[in-house]
Write a protein that binds this ligand. Sequence first.
Ligand SMILES: [Zn+2]
Length: 146
Amino acid sequence: MTSPHLTERALQEAAESTSLLPDSQAAHLRGCRLCQGRVATYQHLFTAAAHLPPPVFAFDLTASVLAQLPRPQPAFPWVLSGVAALVLAVVVAFLAVFGGQLVPILQSLGTGLGAGLLAVTGLVVAGQCLELLTRHRQQMRLLTFS
Ligand SMILES: [Zn+2]
């Protein structure tokens, strides 16, 4: 017998199935009582481990896992809505105070630039509202609680 004894890994593989071994190691195992004994020990160990009862934890595993999951976000970004309302209030207050002075400025443009500016602003705001609504609906679809 010239080949060395099987490594621990090879012994464990042989304990599961000798067909996992390369031919040289399988030939050594057939002729070596020491390695056969080690393989038998691993087989006993694997059998005993397979028949162990499932582990019982001294703590509530489900509760500890759930505690580490990220908290669900609010369904609607109320903070964003508050900020939007605040910005809208500031704009309305600005227009109430300085609106009288803005009208002649916009009228002096006279080329429709003011109307175009208002139209573009309206489109941007409408687009942002649509995007926000679309995103909100997508997030609501992702929330499927069982
Ligand atoms: Zn051996």
